[in-house]
Design a protein around this ligand. Structure first.
Ligand SMILES: Cc1cc2nc3c(=O)[nH]c(=O)nc-3n(C[C@H](O)[C@H](O)[C@H](O)COP(=O)(O)OP(=O)(O)OC[C@H]3O[C@@H](n4cnc5c(N)ncnc54)[C@H](O)[C@@H]3O)c2cc1C
Length: 269
């Protein structure tokens, strides 16, 4: 990669790269196939969390018993990624490196405060997911670096979680999506994370709304206020699929529903 800097591309599942090659949006001189590197295909549980190798495909994430035990929001959310054939080939590393603002794995990485492990000629480094996505299809990776793994920290005991998205057809990229994780203490929200996708240049958390929810019970008044604030704080774009106004409306819908589910699950023993 270093010797062909600027002219080489990694190929993993090929589910985003091949369409871009077909449309002549990219024309690399060299493709480096990393799809059969066994070291990239591991899912490892440790005390801190779960580390997923960059080459793990979406279908394996959906079926992973390690994730089901500790981070079931990931298993659950993968059903929304494309279709079975694509989930069998597409990888977590490819999805994060591609950096589509409406993709589910970048949203999960931001929501769950993941660490992204990167290797290149200058050595190894770790980026926080929050800092990794810079603009649509643009990340913190340089041309000679490879994303090797992602570490998702464990959720706090008793956490509730929810993920919601709205797409025009099953398997399409979402028009808007939201993920929420919260913990409760004495019937009020003690900790909360809310992240959105498809309604900004990158997936991102909404810290002002998170702060507003702390110490509150999720009742109708708080819900209405959160939904209104979500619509004020996102910056969607108009495209062939939907207008910015419609996406803004949907952002409130999915955020409200994701928090409904997280609140309900947070009550469970
Ligand atoms: C019809 C269709 C529908 C889809 N719908 C969805 C959807 O709803 N939600 C969604 O999230 N995705 C969707 N996708 C995209 C799919 O999830 C891709 O698999 C994923 O985005 C890219 O993973 P990949 O392994 O195929 O990467 P590739 O296509 O092989 O690579 C993508 C990019 O990442 C780079 N790359 C790959 N691996 C690494 C690595 N380890 N380190 C550094 N760079 C790397 C490549 O050089 C390339 O630039 C869809 C795709 C299709 C074709």
């Amino acid at each position: 990669m270093a010797s062909h800097r600027g002219e080489a591309k990694l190929i993993a599942g090929g589910q985003s790269l091949m369409p871009m090659l077909n449309f002549r949006l990219l024309d690399p001189a060299l493709l480096v196939d990393i799809s059969r590197l066994p070291d990239l295909a591991q899912i490892t549980a440790s005390g801190r969390g779960i580390t997923v190798g960059a080459g793990v495909c979406h279908h394996a994430l959906m079926r992973s018993p390690e994730l089901a035990e500790r981070l079931p929001i990931i298993n659950h959310t993968m059903q929304y990624v494309a279709h079975m054939a694509i989930r069998n080939r597409g990888t977590i590393g490819g999805s994060l490196a591609h950096g589509d603002p409406a993709a589910e794995l970048p949203l999960l990485a931001v929501l769950l405060d993941a660490d992204i492990h990167i290797t290149g000629p200058a050595g190894d480094r770790t980026a926080r997911a929050e800092d990794f996505f810079l603009a649509p299809l643009t990340t913190d990776l340089s041309e000679d670096e490879i994303l090797t793994a992602v570490t998702f920290p464990n959720l706090a005991a008793g956490s509730g979680w929810g993920f919601e998205e709205i797409a025009r057809r099953t398997g399409d990229f979402a028009l808007a999506g939201a993920g929420a994780v919260l913990t409760l203490h004495h019937g009020v929200i003690a900790d909360v994370r809310l992240a959105m996708m498809g309604v900004d240049e990158t997936p991102r958390r909404l810290p002002a709304i998170e702060a507003m929810l702390l110490g509150r019970a999720w009742d109708a008044g708080v819900r209405a206020s959160a939904v209104r604030q979500v619509r004020e704080q996102v910056n969607p774009m108009s495209d062939l699929q939907a207008s910015a106004d419609y996406r803004r409306h949907l952002a409130g819908v999915v955020a409200g529903r994701a928090l409904d589910t997280a609140w309900a699950k947070g009550h469970m023993p």
